[in-house]
Design a protein around this ligand. Structure first.
Ligand code: NDP
Length: 290
């Protein structure tokens, strides 16, 4: 039987609708604001930033865009971060990565007010997540867990394997799954016998960045597969297309899986809106509604 396709687009649309409703309900108290900072002209980053700003406005929030030249110094970027930290209209700050080589990304992340760190990358939020405290959690991992929970009411006791250990995806996904009481294995490029490790997984999260790397016979029959990968490969007619980290025929083995595109990607933006709403509520002593 072919796997259930987890419709990330539909899930994201539902979540965005709920967020917009809450923003409208809170209008006489707060209007959440997100500042998006883009340094340089990375074409992929420009596309992401545009779609983030559009989604923010559609949710009834305020978007503050800051486009800085490629040659921006670290000092100038840190000065902008300090200004945004101090601005009460700005509830969330997102500095689009990667940054040009003259800027130390870790320094910039550490300079953010953790309460406004809607990407969840600040060491305070990373520490809170691993200590099981309420924190702003990275958007893509949050979306992955939400999608897994559309298939399984509870992830407790499931054998989960996460391939990838980046600070942006792999490690925070693993922390969130642990918080959901899954039994978590983190695999990476030095893992011995990756196919056998994957075959143990009731829930497999692939965050590798290698096109169709996970083969259908690595997947335990009936398992749920969350494919985080975004890989551009040659398509028909000389055009390129986007594929995930999991082979297309994995749907013959998996019980449920996220498509690429239309799976994790749309949830990432919806979760950014959710984090901005949560940050705005926390900064105004309001209970987060979602
Ligand atoms: P990174 O390159 O930072 O990390 C990749 C991870 O995969 C590393 O931990 C690496 O292991 C592991 N890996 C690489 N090769 C192998 C291998 N042969 N066997 C096992 N593990 C391997 O990538 P990111 O975490 O930033 O992103 C992963 C993917 O997710 C990318 O395709 C990216 O585009 C996508 N992505 C999608 C998002 C979305 O919104 N849908 C958001 C963010 C990312 P090691 O640590 O040992 O090197």
């Amino acid at each position: 039987m072919a796997a259930q396709v987890i419709d990330g687009k539909a899930e994201a649309a539902t979540l965005r609708g709920k967020i917009a409703q809450e923003v409208a309900r809170l209008r006489d108290k707060i209007t959440p604001g997100l500042a998006v900072v883009l340094v340089g002209q990375n074409p992929a980053s420009e596309v992401y930033v545009k779609s983030k700003a559009k989604a923010v406005q559609e949710a009834g929030m305020r978007a503050f865009d800051h486009k800085l030249p490629e040659t921006t110094s670290e000092k100038d970027l840190l000065a902008l971060v300090a200004k945004l930290n101090a601005d009460p209209a700005v509830n969330g700050i997102l500095v689009q990565l990667p940054l040009p080589s003259q800027i130390d990304s870790q320094k910039v992340i550490a300079a953010l007010d953790p309460a406004k760190d809607v990407d969840g990358f600040h060491p305070v939020n990373v520490g809170k997540l691993s200590s099981g405290l309420r924190a702003l959690v990275p958007c893509t991992p949050l979306g992955c867990v939400m999608l897994a929970k559309t298939v399984h009411k509870s992830l407790a006791g499931m054998d989960a394997v996460v391939i990838g250990r980046s600070n942006i995806v792999g490690k925070p996904v693993a922390q969130l799954l642990l918080a959901e009481n899954a039994t978590v294995t983190i695999a990476h490029s030095k893992t011995k016998d990756l196919p056998a490790t994957c075959r143990r997984a009731d829930l497999l999260v692939a965050a590798i960045g290698k096109a169709e790397f996970v083969r259908k016979d690595w997947i335990k029959p009936g398992a749920t597969v969350i494919d985080v990968g975004i890989n551009r490969v040659p398509g028909e007619g000389g055009k390129s297309k986007i594929v995930g980290d999991v082979a297309a025929d994995a749907k013959e083995t998996a019980g449920a899986l996220t498509p690429v595109p239309g799976g994790v990607g749309p949830m990432t933006i919806a979760c950014l809106l959710l984090n901005t709403l949560r940050a705005a509520c926390a900064q105004n002593n309001l209970e987060p509604p979602l």
